[in-house]
Design a protein around this ligand. Structure first.
Ligand SMILES: CC(C)(COP(=O)(O)OP(=O)(O)OC[C@H]1O[C@@H](n2cnc3c(N)ncnc32)[C@H](O)[C@@H]1OP(=O)(O)O)[C@@H](O)C(=O)NCCC(=O)NCCS
Length: 167
C-alpha cells in the first residue's frame, strides 16, 4: 500500500458523482461477515436510490480515492423517534483496513448525529462480525440486545446484535 494511504482519511458528505466508487466498494467488500443481502450483481451500480441518498452517507478518502463509507439515517419517520440516528452501513476497502479509516468514519458519524441534535446512535451488527464489534465497543457502543439466530447465512444461523451509544 502506498505511504499516502496511511495518512488520516478525509471525511466528507457523499456527492451524487460518488455513485460509481461506492457501488464498486459495496460490491468488492461484500461478505457474509456483515451482509444479509445478496452480493450486488453489478459493480457499476446503481448505488443511490430513493431510500439511499448521497446526503445520508459520509465517505472517507485517501489520496483522493474513496476507500470507505458510513450511512447514518433516522430509523423511522416518526416524530417520537426523531432523537435517534442509526448507522445502516459501514464498509472500508480491504486494502485500506487496519489504519483507522473505520474509526474515523464512526467518529464522524457520532459528530454528525450530535450536530443534528440526536440523543442516541444505534446500529445492528452480526454476532460473528468480530472486527466491527470490536470497533464499535472501542468507541463506546454497548450491546443493548441480541436477536438470536436472526439470519441464516451460508447455512448457519447468525445472531443480530443491537448496539447503542448515548450521545
Ligand atoms: C469493520 C471495518 C469497517 C473496520 O474498518 P478499519 O478501517 O479496518 O478499522 P480501523 O482500522 O479503524 O480499526 C479500528 C478498530 O476496529 C477493530 N478491528 C479492526 N479490524 C479488526 C480485526 N481484523 N479483528 C479484530 N478487530 C479489528 C479494532 O478494535 C481496531 O482498533 P485497533 O486498531 O486499535 O486495534 C472493516 O473491517 C470492514 O469494512 N468490514 C466489512 C464491513 C463491515 O463489517 N461493516 C460493519 C457492518 S455492521
Amino acid at each position: 500500500m502506498p505511504a499516502t494511504r496511511r495518512q488520516p482519511p478525509h471525511i466528507r458528505t457523499a456527492q451524487p458523482d460518488d455513485e460509481k466508487a461506492l457501488a464498486r466498494l459495496d460490491h468488492d467488500t461484500w461478505s457474509t461477515l456483515h451482509a444479509v443481502t445478496p452480493r450486488p450483481q453489478d459493480p457499476t451500480g446503481p448505488f443511490f436510490d430513493e431510500r439511499h441518498q448521497p446526503e445520508d452517507y459520509l465517505v472517507a478518502e485517501l489520496a483522493g480515492l474513496v476507500v470507505g463509507y458510513i450511512r447514518i439515517v433516522c430509523p423511522t419517520r416518526l416524530a417520537s423517534h426523531a432523537h435517534v440516528r442509526q448507522i445502516q452501513g459501514l464498509a472500508v476497502l480491504e486494502e485500506a483496513r487496519g489504519h483507522g479509516v473505520g474509526r474515523a468514519l464512526i467518529r464522524a458519524a457520532v459528530a454528525e448525529a450530535r450536530g443534528r441534535g440526536a440523543r442516541r446512535l444505534t446500529l445492528r451488527v452480526l454476532g460473528h462480525n468480530a472486527p466491527a464489534r470490536a470497533l464499535y465497543a472501542s468507541e463506546g457502543f454497548t450491546v443493548e440486545g441480541v436477536h438470536p439466530e436472526e439470519f441464516r447465512l451460508d447455512g448457519t444461523y447468525v445472531d443480530d446484535v443491537v448496539m447503542g451509544l448515548r450521545l
